[in-house]
Design a protein around this ligand. Sequence first.
Ligand code: ZN
Length: 182
Amino acid sequence: MNRWIGWTATLAHGLVIEERARMGMDRACRDARELETGGILIGHYSADLSIAIVQEATLPPSDSRRGRSWFSRGVADLRETLRRRWQSADRTYYLGEWHYHPISQIVPSVEDFTQMANIARAEEYKCSEPLLVIVGGELSERERGLRAFVCPDDSKPMEFVRVDTEKSVRPKSAPRTESGEK
Ligand SMILES: [Zn+2]
């Protein structure tokens, strides 16, 4: 499983999901079977703040609640987890949310975006442009569907389009915006 790299159509926002975070989500989805699951995304921004680098996707906090088509992320131990990451040598922090839609067609719900707008404005997250990553059912043995958005507090959510860049994270030109690209 490689890292997932995407850019918004305007190239204003880049996203890198490191392999370790992708594997963490994959494992959690496998364990959740037909129920939704999710957690938070932890990592850091590039020096110029244009690229969010997700290094870790947590498991659901123990007080999370979930069903077949809904997930309410809890908060148990989250503050402590984030404090430890902030104080660690490589200092990482909250970047956003991820959750699992146990179907192959990934469509974010209205509630998904409402929740992100609330987080973008919330004092306690200190994150005005949180990420939303939705992971879907398996497309193939090696690949699970994934859609990612940045949800700024002052504009509509923007989707990241996956780009194929082996050498550099930054693409030479704007990514194509058709969906369904793998
Ligand atoms: Zn959802």
